[in-house]
Design a protein around this ligand. Structure first.
Ligand SMILES: Nc1ncnc2c1ncn2[C@@H]1O[C@H](COP(=O)(O)OP(=O)(O)OP(=O)(O)O)[C@@H](O)[C@H]1O
Ligand SMILES: [Mg+2]
Length: 354
């Protein structure tokens, strides 16, 4: 008996170490306490106050991806109930769960109906343990309007013993009667300063070597999405680890992120200016063979034209309009090659007359 327990136990310890080591950094560095959530001072300060009074309203968190919405509600519930009680007091449903009307009626109601479990003496000493349960509906903007409607009544019926936290990217997709029942918390894209602090903290903890300016480049590419920034850093680090190289460079980051190299964008813009349609078409043919995503090309052309002093405001306006149309068509799933060709020929026409 003892012989079998021994090796098994050892394996468990090794597994735990392994899993900590191989955990994606976004999870490893997910803020555990409200204090660790950076750059969302307004939301965090208000929520901290509710910790003191234990009087929590229904909440609606909204804002762009990777800005700390899910992390904040998880940190808040942990600080309210502690890790043990949390298990019985929280129901978390996200877009991967079935969330039609039937689920709202059944799962949410069944959980809301359960009596509130009693905290242990130990938990009561350490945490506020307020007498209600929290239902988290993550990615609530993907719920149908009917399912959202069904939620209105449930929210009211069980409001004495439950609080709802709806989380979404697009607040306009939440029906008005539901939104008006909640306190709204807007999560903004992380500003470069706070994001840089957090990213350098992670880089230091993981002993990541990088050249000057690399972290800034990562943040520029991820545009305030901290999840994307951390994932990029980890991918670059993994790649260097495998190849035995030490410092991460800007060109590596560009390659991993699928960003078209600046030199290629400049080359494309130069071709557009002052070449015939036939020459441009031939160039686009070759360009498409390189496999770049046309949405990235359009996005980068946008930055190229708009940030340059070389072009007039009128020209920039016209190019923006052309790019807007291309983007809309690409989102609808039209042919990439035709769209790129159409885009560059239109820009070249505008350039000829301005
Ligand atoms: N404000 C923040 N402070 C510190 N880390 C953050 C912050 N926002 C995001 N992160 C990092 O990014 C990861 C993803 O954050 P989170 O899941 O909270 O984003 P989200 O706002 O819920 O995004 P989505 O809308 O895509 O669900 C976290 O694990 C954490 O590592
Ligand atoms: Mg989330």
């Amino acid at each position: 008996m003892l012989e079998t327990i021994g090796p098994n136990k050892r394996r468990k310890v090794v597994d735990e170490e392994d899993s900590e080591h191989s955990k994606p950094w976004v999870e490893k560095y997910r803020p555990r306490r409200l204090d660790e959530v950076t750059a969302q001072d307004h939301a965090v300060n208000v929520l901290k106050k509710t910790l003191g009074s234990t009087n929590l309203p229904h909440m609606l968190f909204y804002g762009p991806p990777g800005t700390g919405k899910t992390s904040t509600i998880l940190a808040l519930t942990k600080e309210l109930f502690g890790p043990h009680l949390m298990k019985t007091r929280i129901l978390e449903l996200n877009a991967s769960d079935e969330r039609g009307i039937s689920v709202v009626r059944e799962k949410v109601k069944n959980f809301a109906r359960l009596t509130v479990s009693k905290p242990s003496v130990e938990d009561r000493e350490k945490y506020p343990c307020p007498p209600y349960k929290i239902i988290i509906l993550d990615e609530a903007d993907s719920m149908t309007a009917d399912a959202q409607s069904a939620l209105r009544r449930t929210m009211e019926t069980y409001s004495a013993v439950t609080r709802f936290c709806l989380i979404c990217n697009y607040v306009t997709r939440i029906i008005d009667p539901l939104a008006s029942r909640c306190s709204k918390f807007r999560f903004k894209s992380l500003d470069t300063g706070s994001a840089l602090d957090r990213l350098s903290y992670i880089a230091e903890k993981e002993s990541v070597g990088y050249e000057d300016g690399v972290l800034e480049d990562i943040l520029k590419i991820s545009r305030g999405d901290m999840r994307r920034a951390i994932t990029l850093l980890q991918s670059a680090y993994k790649r260097n680890d495998l190849q035995g190289t030490k410092k991460i460079t800007t060109s590596e980051i560009q390659e991993i992120s699928g960003l078209v190299p600046d030199s290629l964008i400049t080359e494309l813009a130069t071709k557009i200016a002052g070449n015939s349609v036939d020459e441009i078409a031939a160039y686009v043919n070759d360009f498409m063979k390189k496999g770049w995503a046309v949405t990235s090309v359009a996005d980068q052309l946008h930055s190229y034209y708009l940030t340059s002093d070389e072009f007039s405001t009128d020209f920039k306006n016209k190019v923006s309009w052309i790019l807007f149309n291309t983007d809309a068509k690409l989102t609808n799933g039209t042919n990439e090659h035709i769209q790129l060709l159409n885009l560059v020929i239109q820009i070249s026409e505008v350039q000829k007359i301005s």
